[in-house]
Ligand binder design. Structure first.
Ligand code: MG
Length: 212
């Protein structure tokens, strides 16, 4: 059974728009100046963990405990991310066609799980591998091996689909996976080997795999 691994954020779900709208609401609710929204959103796109909110709370002098801010953020992001219906359907089609499908994602377990539940993606894949769970992050080889193990399938002849040139594409090449890059209109400027195939979005990646 061939293996297809997918990144989550900005591959299967649209996170960039979700983070901006949630940070806008967070700032409005706490009287933080709207001019601070882009900087905070950018920081949270880089890293969103409970510790990030402890730092944000100190910096912005927010009265709520950091863990309450984090819990609010997890729920708000889970409600705001979207997965196009064609993507969820496509993953199901891949499995019907004999592929084993896994999600391999960097992030905190609770927020990634909340997004997977809210979008129903946890119901249409064979296995989920979150960096926080296993103590290794993409592009480290260990997380790709862990994902394959959870899928019960070797990495050999497998594919990785993702939007990040370094963590998804270079990381996958290093363990011998073939790759599909979600270009989303971008040109490849990374100094590592380009992906084996470029697509506009995850639905395009599914179509490519189904046509192999
Ligand atoms: Mg991504």
């Amino acid at each position: 059974m061939p293996l297809a691994l997918f990144d989550l954020d900005n591959t299967l779900v649209n996170r960039t728009g979700a983070v901006h709208s949630v940070v806008t609401r967070l700032c409005a609710a706490h009287g933080v100046h709207p001019a601070d929204v882009p900087r905070i959103a950018e920081a949270l796109r880089e890293r969103a963990y409970p510790a990030t909110f402890a730092a944000l709370r100190r910096e912005l002098h927010l009265p709520s405990p950091a863990i309450a801010l984090w819990d609010w953020y997890v729920d708000a992001i889970a409600a705001a991310v979207t997965c196009p219906p064609a993507v969820a359907t496509g993953l199901a089609q891949l499995r019907e066609a004999g592929w084993t499908v896994g999600i391999v994602t960097n992030g905190a377990t609770d927020i990634q799980r909340a997004k997977l539940r809210a979008t129903g993606l946890d119901q249409v894949v064979d296995a989920i591998c979150i960096s926080d769970d296993i103590g290794a992050r993409k592009p480290e080889a260990q997380i790709f091996h862990a994902a394959a193990e959870r899928c019960g399938t070797p990495l050999t002849n497998g594919w990785m689909v993702g939007d990040n040139p370094a963590t998804d594409i270079a990381g996958a090449h290093a363990v011998g996976l073939r790759t599909i890059w979600i270009a989303a209109g971008r040109a490849w400027t990374h100094d590592s080997r380009p992906a084996d195939h470029d697509v506009a979005d995850a639905a395009g990646a599914v179509t490519h795999l189904l046509n192999l």
